[in-house]
Design a protein. Structure first.
Length: 352
C-alpha cells in the first residue's frame, strides 16, 4: 500500500493515545511515550499527504503554525474519505477555516471527549433535557460552535432538546426561561450549553427565583473575556445560581476552536487542566516558553486531525499556566485570559 493509499484509520499510535482511560491522571512514562509516538506519526502522515506541510517541514522541523494562517491559506491535507465539513468563525479580512472531520479523526475526538466528560461528571445514563443557547445547526450555515454544542448532547440520552437561538442568530430569552420553568417539576437532569454571551443574556433576563427538581449542569464557551457586555463570569454564574433553585447548579467553561480537535473543560476553579491527549505551552513575547504565572500566547499540541496539520497550533489567545490547583487535580493547568487580538470575527462576536 503506497503512502497515498494509506487510510487515516491506520494511525495506530494516535488511536492508542485517544484510548487512554484516565485523561487527568499524571502521565506515566509509558503515556508520555505514546504521546510522543502519536505526534511523530501525525507529522509523518501530513508530510506524506500534504506537499505544503512537507515544504514547511523542510524549512523547520516540527513547525508551529499560527491559527491565523489556516484562515488565510488552504493548508488542509487532502482526504479521500467520508466525513463532515465545519467552518470556524471569521468575518471580513479574517476569513474562515474550513475543516474536514474525517470519520477516523472524529472517532478519536469523540472517544477522548467522552472520557473528559465522564471525568468532569457530565455524563448521565438518565434521559435528560437539553437547553442549547445556540441555533439548530440544521437550520442554516452556522459556525462550528453550533455543531459542537449539538454533539455535546451525546453525554446523556436526549429526552428533549430546545434551541433558544433562532436561525437568524437572535437569542430568545423568553423561550429559554419558559422552557426551564416548564421543566421545573420534572426529575430528569437538565443541561444548558451555549455561548458565553447568551449565558449573559439569560442571566440579565432572569425572572424571580424558582425551584427546579433536577440538577442543572452547564457548559459555556466563546470567551468570557471581552465579549460579555455587562457582567463578568462570576456575576453570570452567581445570578443563575440564585435564580435556579436546584439541587445542583454547576456551570463550567469550555475552551476550544475549530482548528483544534478537542474542547477543554474547566474545573470548579475555572482552570483548564489539559488532559493526557494534548500538551500546551505559554509562549512569551520573546517566543520562548513562559514561566509559571507569566502571561503569553497559548500553544496547543494534539495529533488527532488527519485532515489538518494543526498538531502544533499557536493560538491568538492569552493565557498563563500554574500548578497545584485548589480543585485537587494533579495536572498543571491553563488559565485563559482573553484574546490577544480584537474579538471581531469570533463566534461570540458573530452572535452580537
Amino acid at each position: 500500500m503506497s503512502d497515498y493509499m494509506e487510510k487515516a484509520e491506520s494511525l495506530t499510535a494516535i488511536d492508542a493515545l485517544a484510548d487512554l482511560p484516565a485523561p487527568y491522571a499524571l502521565s506515566s512514562p509509558v503515556e508520555e511515550q505514546i504521546f510522543t509516538a502519536a505526534m511523530q506519526q501525525i507529522d509523518r502522515w501530513h508530510c506524506s499527504h500534504n506537499p505544503t506541510y512537507a515544504q514547511l517541514c523542510d524549512e523547520q522541523s516540527s513547525p508551529v503554525i499560527p491559527v491565523g494562517l489556516f484562515k488565510t491559506l488552504n493548508l488542509a491535507t487532502p482526504m479521500n474519505e467520508p466525513g463532515q465539513w465545519l467552518s470556524s468563525s471569521g468575518t471580513g479580512t479574517h476569513g474562515k477555516t474550513q475543516v474536514f472531520f474525517d470519520v477516523a479523526s472524529m472517532g478519536r475526538i469523540q472517544r477522548a471527549m467522552t472520557q473528559m466528560f465522564i471525568a468532569n461528571g457530565l455524563v448521565s445514563l438518565t434521559p435528560s433535557r437539553f437547553l442549547l443557547l445556540s441555533p439548530d445547526p440544521r437550520s442554516g450555515d452556522h459556525a462550528g460552535y453550533a455543531t459542537a454544542f449539538m454533539k455535546f448532547t451525546a453525554c446523556a440520552p436526549v429526552k428533549e432538546c430546545v434551541f433558544a437561538v433562532q436561525a437568524d442568530g437572535r437569542f430568545d430569552s423568553q423561550l429559554a426561561w419558559d422552557t426551564l420553568q416548564r421543566w421545573a417539576n420534572d426529575p430528569e437532569p437538565i443541561y444548558i450549553f451555549g455561548l458565553t454571551v447568551f449565558f449573559e443574556h439569560l442571566c440579565l433576563s432572569r425572572p424571580d427565583a424558582f425551584t427546579l427538581q433536577a440538577p442543572v449542569k452547564g457548559l459555556t464557551g466563546g470567551g468570557w473575556k471581552g465579549m460579555t457586555q455587562q457582567l463578568d463570569r462570576q456575576q453570570i454564574v452567581s445570578g443563575l445560581n440564585q435564580c435556579l433553585q436546584a439541587p445542583l447548579v454547576d456551570i463550567r467553561d469550555i475552551y476550544g476552536m475549530t482548528e483544534h480537535p478537542l474542547h477543554y473543560i474547566s474545573c470548579q476553579e475555572g482552570h483548564f487542566h489539559i488532559p493526557a491527549y494534548s500538551s500546551f505551552t505559554i509562549i512569551d513575547a520573546d517566543g520562548k516558553p513562559a514561566a509559571s504565572g507569566k502571561q503569553g500566547l497559548i500553544q496547543l499540541e494534539n495529533p488527532f486531525f488527519a485532515s489538518l496539520p494543526a498538531q502544533r497550533l499557536l493560538t491568538q489567545d492569552l493565557g498563563m499556566w500554574g500548578e497545584r490547583c485548589s480543585c485537587g487535580q494533579p495536572r498543571p493547568y491553563l488559565r485563559y485570559l482573553g484574546r490577544a487580538t480584537t474579538p471581531e470575527g469570533t463566534c461570540a462576536a458573530e452572535a452580537l
